[in-house]
Design a protein around this ligand. Structure first.
Ligand code: ATP
Length: 310
């Protein structure tokens, strides 16, 4: 199985509000609430792709109970640690008329030291039954910046392949433990390297530097422009078809799910990148974050080009 870790789980609420404006009253006629947080999105897409998965992390309060219940209803096995406080509510307001998307993200609970120790034990136990352990998202309050590096080392020690998808300082500290795969976007890769890594050449140099640091697989996702990747000691460009995107929130998580499932199936690099990009793009076709339809994934895979650059 594959374990996904969401240290800051959330209820993701999406409102579709045509003509959304600041300073005015709106009634949301369409509302969708799902269990979220990046690792939970990854788990959902892994499940859709047909692999066994278990979601762990921290939950708290009524929202925490709702997260566990929603996962149960979706048939996604979970093994969360409950802490005091309230899990986050993350609001995403989409205005299809104005073409805008506004996100409001709560901070979530603070994690006490003893719960962090329990999480280390939980990861060791789950990793011993898993091919991969995927760590996704921000670190909640109470967690030290080096926590992902520690958890990655624990997962690897228990025999699983560690994957890290986070940002900012948590990513900088996390890569010290050399996760097997990271999926920064272009802004995140800037923070990992000293350069101005927004141009393609800068991203390519950043990819090569990260590969030299011992991170075997780096995928820099570029939204509707596809991705660039260093994988199996080669450099690739991934081109995706133009689509009418509905909601791209969770596309990065869906991409991670595709990459990990393809890795578990021991597919060659080009096929791993195709499945990853197809899942990311399929997610952008759905109104809800972190959700794909298998038929979209299959159709998109046929339209994605992977070019070897080096
Ligand atoms: P998030 O943090 O919301 O999960 P991200 O910034 O980590 O997203 P993106 O680069 O936005 O990740 O998206 C990952 C992949 O999903 C892209 O490489 C691409 O294949 C697909 N994708 C994302 N946005 C679009 C879009 N608007 N149209 C088509 N495909 C998209």
């Amino acid at each position: 199985m594959i374990t996904t870790v969401t240290l800051n789980a959330a209820i993701d609420k999406t409102y579709i509000i045509p003509g959304f404006n600041l300073n005015s009253l709106h009634r949301a006629e369409q509302m969708n609430a799902t269990a979220g947080g990046k690792g939970i999105n990854v788990a959902r897409v892994i499940r859709t792709l047909g692999e066994d998965v278990i979601a762990t992390g921290f939950v708290a309060g009524f929202n925490g109970m709702a997260i566990s219940e929603k996962l149960r209803q979706e048939g996604i096995p979970s093994d969360f640690i409950t802490v005091e406080g309230e899990s986050r509510l993350c609001l995403n307001v989409i205005d299809p008329e104005g073409g805008t998307q506004t996100e409001l993200l709560e901070a979530g609970p603070s994690i006490p030291a003893e719960a962090i120790e329990s999480m280390k034990e939980r990861i060791a136990k789950l990793a011993s039954h898993s091919s991969h352990v995927v760590f996704s998202g921000s670190l909640p309050k109470g967690c030290q910046l080096g926590l992902y590096a520690e958890l990655i080392t624990i997962a690897r020690g228990a025999g699983a392949i560690p994957v890290l998808d986070t940002s900012g300082e948590a990513l900088v500290e996390g890569i010290a433990a050399r996760p097997y795969l990271i999926k920064p976007n272009e802004h995140e890769v800037v923070k990992l390297t000293d350069g101005n890594a927004e141009e393609e050449d800068d991203i390519k140099s950043a990819l090569l530097r990260l590969a030299k640091q011992g991170i075997a697989n780096v995928v820099v996702s570029l939204g509707e422009r596809g991705a660039l990747s260093a994988m199996d000691k080669q450099l690739f460009r991934v081109s995706i078809p133009r689509i009418d995107a509905v909601n791209a929130v969770g596309s990065g998580d869906s991409m991670v799910a595709g990459l990990v499932v393809a890795d578990k199936r021991a597919l060659p690099a080009e096929e791993r990148l195709k499945l990853g990009a197809a899942c990311g793009t399929a997610n952008a076709l759905m109104p809800s974050a972190g959700m794909v339809r298998l038929e979209d994934v299959e159709a998109l895979k046929q339209q994605i080009q992977v070019e070897t650059l080096l």
